[in-house]
Write a protein that binds this ligand. Structure first.
Ligand code: MSP
Length: 511
């Protein structure tokens, strides 16, 4: 069975912003980690191309919606390439394989007697592509997320019988591992407890959508269409384009990683749709927090949107990955502050990890003929080896429970403690007396071996820097040997050559 992980399918109203990069980098890190464990992974990402928002955007630009979507989808693909995202499937909801799945899925839901025609009245946010509940309580009738005016809708739509699934949904969300983190789960439990209402799944005024097969002038509601991208993605490249074949290829997903604003769709509407079609529900929905910039919500109108392409060209992939993964607890909101970003990169990566490796390798080269010390007369001090074992255990436990910030912190703490060990032992003083050579060999070996393990643990988080560390140790990581096996203490060969040290990362400057 494959491990299936998904990002949301991003709206193509604009190019990717830091929020979309954030979710995608997290999924990429988890996918890389699972692959290192030897698991078969299907990492799904893609774009959500239909709906009123996109239709209007294309009109604004004076081009056809399909041309607009082609252009922006290509920008997403280019971004994923530049960020080295290791996705397996990139689904576009305007693709043929996707449209076929939506059609077949609709038939199943219809056969379950879960579709009926009704009248939809309410206030709609085109930005969210969602009807807002009780907006009359708000004095402004603006969407709290988009700060744009809501639009009144009153039209005949097809409805999905969500209310029928009340008790089944209650049962699903009762499982504490279905929605994470805890606070988000409570929000959903609260929402469901108020009673589920049927929701409309077709539109009459939106031409840019998938046509409902049996009803003229109706296109599917963009969310009914887009959620199915998680399933249709599995049919990319398949000869058999049936729903059944996409299920066999990779359904259900192990985790949908999404932002907190779209949790209801994923943890309530989507499971009910799947139940209606006789399909399994995803195993987990994880709602991460929102990124702000210097304490403020990011928005085009505020003029403070952080352009991910600029960040990438200025700082490179790994510093941004490290910051977003280590500094923000997955599930909580996070703030991007330039000063903090630079401090963290310089302290954690350049000083704590980079310098540790650099100075230890230099000492080893100077005293032991450009090599890792040999093992003659080496005694056994297990300070670092036992710390390494504890670090690896904690890291694996944290990663497995998606506490990836804590996993990254485990690695950093190990590097901090290895620095303390080195400073405490002071081999540069000991080496002055020849009788201390066996002890110095041991200290240097222990520190180099710790840096090797630190590098390996960084592999799914900051792959480039991890490769730089490996190179500095003589390129000893073996792709064909299980990663976990290589995390065992003592794998670094005594007496192996050490290349000329170069910094694994350059220090960043403040703006
Ligand atoms: N198209 C829908 C998803 C359909 S999934 C079948 C959608 N797209 S989106 O492009 O608007 O949002 C994609 C993701 O970006 C959402 O998970 C959203 O929470 C996330 N983010 C948008 N702004 C964000 C931040 N400022 N910070 C972090 N994530 C943010 O919704």
């Amino acid at each position: 069975m494959s491990f299936v992980i998904t990002t949301p399918l991003y709206y193509v109203n604009d190019k990717p912003h830091l929020g979309s990069i954030y979710t995608t980098l997290i999924c990429d890190t988890i996918a890389r980690y699972k692959r290192l464990l030897g698991e078969e992974v299907i990492f799904i990402t893609g774009v959500d191309e239909h709906g009123l928002k996109i239709q209007r955007k294309a009109k604004e630009k004076g081009i056809l919606p399909q041309d607009h979507c082609d252009k922006i989808s290509q920008i997403f693909l280019n971004n994923w390439k530049n960020w080295d995202i290791t996705y397996d499937k990139f689904i576009r909801t305007s693709s043929t394989e996707h449209k076929m799945i939506v059609g077949e899925f609709y038939e199943r839901v219809k056969n379950s007697d879960d579709i009926y025609m009704g009248v939809q009245k309410g206030w709609y946010c085109v930005g969210c592509e969602e009807f807002k509940e009780n907006p009359e309580n708000s004095s402004t009738l603006k969407c709290p997320i988009h700060q744009k005016n809501l639009e009144w809708k009153n039209e005949e739509n097809l409805f999905f019988r969500l209310s029928k699934y009340q008790s089944e949904i209650e049962k699903i969300i009762d499982n504490p591992s279905f929605i994470e983190p805890k606070e988000r789960r409570n929000e959903i439990i609260n929402f469901v407890s108020k009673g589920l209402k049927d929701f409309s799944i077709s539109r009459t005024n939106v031409s840019w959508g998938i046509a409902v097969p049996d009803i003229e002038n109706h296109t599917f509601y963009v969310w009914f269409d887009a959620l199915l991208g998680y399933v249709s993605a599995n049919n990319i490249g398949n000869v058999d384009q049936s729903l059944e074949s996409s299920i066999i290829a990779g359904w259900p997903a192990n985790i949908h990683l999404i932002g907190k604003d779209i949790l209801r769709f994923h943890s309530v509407y989507w499971p009910a749709m799947l139940l209606s079609a006789g399909m399994k529900v995803p195993k987990k929905v994880f709602g991460h927090g929102f990124l702000t910039r210097e304490g403020q919500k990011m928005g085009k109108s505020l003029g403070n949107v952080l352009d991910p392409e600029l960040l990438l060209s200025k700082y490179g992939k790994d510093p941004v990955r490290w910051f977003l993964i280590k500094d923000i607890s997955l599930g909580s909101d996070g703030d991007f502050q330039n000063k903090r970003f630079v401090d963290i990169i310089n302290n954690d990566l350049a000083n704590t990890i980079g310098n540790l490796l650099n100075r230890t390798s230099s000492m080893s080269r100077k005293w032991f003929q450009n090599r890792v010390p040999n093992n003659e007369n080496i005694s056994r001090d297990d300070t670092l080896s036992s710390l390494s074992r504890i670090t690896v255990d904690n890291y694996i436990n944290n990663f497995n429970s998606y506490k990836i910030d804590l996993a990254a912190t485990d690695v950093l703490n190990f590097a901090i403690n290895t620095n303390l060990y080195l400073n405490d032992k002071q081999p540069w003083k000991l080496i002055k007396d020849e009788k201390n050579i066996p002890l110095v060999k041991e200290i240097i070996y222990n520190v180099l071996e710790s840096t090797r393990i630190i590098g390996l643990l960084l592999l799914p988080i900051i792959p480039e820097l991890s490769a730089n560390i490996d190179e500095q140790l003589g390129s000893i990581y073996k792709k064909d040997i299980l990663w976990k096996k290589q995390l065992k203490w003592g794998t670094l060969n005594h007496d192996s050559p050490l290349p000329q040290p170069i910094p694994i990362i350059n220090k960043l400057d403040y703006e």
